[in-house]
Design a protein around this ligand. Sequence first.
Ligand SMILES: NC(=O)c1ccc[n+]([C@@H]2O[C@H](COP(=O)([O-])OP(=O)(O)OC[C@H]3O[C@@H](n4cnc5c(N)ncnc54)[C@H](O)[C@@H]3O)[C@@H](O)[C@H]2O)c1
Length: 265
Amino acid sequence: MPLHSTPCAVVTGAASGIGRAIATAFAARGVNLLLADIDRAALDDTVRQLAEIAPEVHVTPVIADLCRPDQVAALASRTFEEFGRVDWLVNCAGMLLSGRSWELDEQQWTRLMDVNLWSVVRAARAFVPRMLQQGHGHIVNIASLAGMLPAPWLAPYTVSKHGLVAYSETLQQEFQALSLPLRVSVVLPGPVDTGICRHIETHGGDAAVDGTNTYLRGMIAEGMAPDELARIVLAGIDQKQFWIFPHADMLKAALRQRHDMLQGA
Ligand SMILES: NC(=O)c1ccc[n+]([C@@H]2O[C@H](COP(=O)([O-])OP(=O)(O)OC[C@H]3O[C@@H](n4cnc5c(N)ncnc54)[C@H](O)[C@@H]3O)[C@@H](O)[C@H]2O)c1
């Protein structure tokens, strides 16, 4: 069957965790895939796993640093050249960093904002014009509960995810206001059992930061299985939901606290 007659999803951050699980869930539905990540060895593992599960699915791995605008643009060109279409763009690449907000240096802040927020803006700049030409397309942004709830010692992460939620909302509002045939979903997961903590560092024996890191690692290790998260995300996409809340109870509890706090305003 020609590639352009089969739906196609682009998944960033597909070498690991949530991105890999979402790619796997799409593959199980027979969706062709272009998978992007910066980690070559891990992306090769994803491709090997998919070949076992869904050998009929066409999977193209692309090593790309989403902090590089030229590489993101090349990703979009490659997708449309090879598959002739993109039905879903799932922005899943991300990173986590902890520390006192005033001690993390500008390079650390910049890198995190670049990976978690700017890469998504870049991807929209590269993919949306082509999606408009093809007449459809669905952008799925993996944000976090941290996009609604500030967390101490995680300032860059929290700021990037608040930005991603705001960006997703405005993008959707623009599509609607202009009656464009594109849609957006934003996913706000709580803890999911992935390797996202592997790069968080200890910061000079700072008890508060190190305590947070230990807490985070424990919470993530006990988090939702990535496959379950992927199932919820695809169900939300099927139902054309803008908001996808895999951990609705955690969100509600935290928002109640905020609501109570604002009662005094
Ligand atoms: N794990 C959780 O508890 C959790 C909770 C809420 C939100 N999220 C979000 O889900 C997304 C996926 O996280 P995960 O938990 O699967 O983590 P993960 O570390 O397992 O996967 C992230 C992937 O992004 C890739 N990546 C990082 N920088 C990149 C770059 N510059 N270019 C290309 N690829 C890059 C990594 O190589 C990795 O494969 C992230 O946006 C994260 O913030 C995770």
